[in-house]
Design a binder for this molecule. Sequence first.
Ligand SMILES: [Zn+2]
Length: 199
Amino acid sequence: MQQAAAEMCTPAVCDSSDLLLGFVNTGPLGGSPDRLTGPEDLAAWLARTGLAGGTATGAVVTGADAVAARELRDAFVAIFRAHSGCEDGEAALPAAEDYLERIAPRYPLTPRLSADGVRLVPAQDGVLGGFGALFAAAADLAARGGWARLKMCKDPSCHTGFFDKTRNSSGLYCSTACSTRMAARAYRSRTKNAAVEGR
Ligand SMILES: [Zn+2]
């Protein structure tokens, strides 16, 4: 498994997955507050990621941008939940896919060609370029076969986004702590049911 993880986690895959996971993980997770509640939060996220075409400190970020960011985040979360087989993710999936299809033209990408390869980069800078970078990261991961490995932890008390590094892409939890906790919960539930049935 160590070997598979090393192969999968090439620097570019990590950059793309880190950007997307950092974005979905601004959400209210495991009791921590939402870190994308207003324009200041979005400006801080853009500055942290180095996005917005170097204008992070000067980019004008509005309340409407923050609303758009949260809608975009919800759509990514629905897809990553569906990747980890969460039923609520699958239920929300058609609306999320429709939403992404509808808004993608607002954030056009352009191919950047070099002798080393081709990559898609946002055609705009500022906030729109920041959102475009998320679409570019998704396209990059998909081209490398890593898209379906972006998941949300199935532990309902966690729901953290993570990159599934298992060899057969079967990971459901972000950490051993979460998988152990869920296994213990399932065990308690089984023994409780057995006790009820044995009455
Ligand atoms: Zn977790």
